[in-house]
Design a protein. Structure first.
Length: 352
């Protein structure tokens, strides 16, 4: 039996740098948009055209029923068509959804492996795709804002998606933590309402405001809500991936959550740990949890400490990742150096 690691190249394979004139595909492999908010797609395409890109909008974007844009067979066929089209240099869905996992068994992964890598950018349920794409092919992918957020944000962090996707192999890009983040979303307004001060925290050093930490390793991660169900399936050969690319560098996991309380987060992290996903982990970044509540006096910090404390894996939490914007753009497979001090941080990624 051939191990999945035998299919990987000796190094992470990065898509070609995005440049002016390139064609960007906008499809909804998870949830689409109801008619009353179609204007968000028109706004998005207009914005990308203003930046100098061409766009191709798939039919999945315009419909949404029972939490999905189209039946799984149609979503899979459209995604595969876009991934195998050499003219399309990047795929940026509008946002996430609920059930992207349904299309994973329907994709022809052998054909996708043989095609040139394509940038895929998104978060939430789209990380089901970006994570699996990198795990199944060794091709880099990007966790960051969807096309609706890209076109509606003017902060200094969201706009950095373009710097990452246009970076050449071997190039480094540094992003800094936000100054403020949004606590209440409103898509009727063109920009984020950044109303709450941002503070990255180091687990176990919360009472030391001047504490600092540095981490280095290869990035991998996504939204815990949708990654954990992949455990035990063929679509998440994580241990093969880790063993193949570990070359003494180790990994930095970045994780975020939506709609999970502290107990849910602990259960998900526990399962990932038991499945061997945190082997060779040098550190963990945890995004601001959306829809979060403690369970009695069991808090997020308790969940993190229970999983990572015994292993002495450093954790930085309340990071600009995920459902509470603005957010970093993080490249699955990139080498990263993270520094945090006095509640602020930087993430430098090198595409190597």
């Amino acid at each position: 039996m051939t191990h999945h690691s035998d299919l990987y190249a000796s190094h992470i394979n990065y898509p070609a740098p995005l440049q002016a004139g390139d064609l960007i595909g906008i499809i909804a492999p998870s949830s689409g948009l109801e008619p009353e908010i179609h204007h968000l797609i028109h706004r998005s395409t207009a914005y990308l055209h203003q930046l100098g890109y061409q766009t191709r909008v798939g039919s999945s974007v315009w419909t949404n029923d029972k939490c999905v844009s189209l039946p799984k067979e149609q979503r899979a066929a459209e995604l595969e068509q876009f991934l195998l089209d050499d003219k399309i240099k990047a795929i940026i869905p509008p946002w996430g959804g609920e059930f992207l996992m349904d299309i994973l068994p329907l994709l022809n992964w052998e054909k996708i492996r043989q095609a040139s890598p394509t940038w895929i950018l998104g978060f939430s349920d789209i990380s089901t795709l970006t994570f699996t794409y990198t795990m199944m092919t060794g091709y880099a992918s990007a966790h960051g804002p969807g096309v609706v957020d890209i076109s509606g944000a003017d902060d200094n962090l969201t706009i950095r998606w373009q710097d990452l996707l246009s970076a050449a192999s071997g190039q480094s890009v540094e992003q800094s933590s936000s100054t403020y983040h949004q606590t209440h979303s409103d898509y009727s307004k063109p920009n984020f309402n950044l109303d709450t001060p941002t503070e990255w925290k180091i687990l176990g050093q919360e009472d030391q405001p001047e504490s600092s930490l540095e981490l280095s390793g290869r990035l991998i991660g996504g939204c815990m809500d949708v990654l954990t169900p992949l455990i035990g399936t063929p679509w998440a050969p994580v241990t093969d991936f880790i063993q193949h690319y570990d070359q003494e560098e180790g990994f930095i996991w970045y994780l975020e959550s939506c709609e999970m309380n502290a107990g849910d987060i602990y259960r998900h992290l526990w399962q990932m740990n038991q499945a061997g996903w945190f082997q060779h982990t040098r550190g963990v970044l945890i995004g601001r949890p959306a829809g979060y509540t403690p369970v009695k006096n069991f808090e997020l910090q308790d969940a993190l400490q229970a999983v990572f404390g015994e292993q002495q894996i450093p954790v930085i939490y309340n990071v600009d990742i995920g459902h509470i914007p603005p957010q970093l753009t993080l490249i699955n497979g990139a080498s990263a150096h993270i520094q945090v001090s006095n509640g602020s941080g930087t993430v430098q990624q090198t595409l190597r």
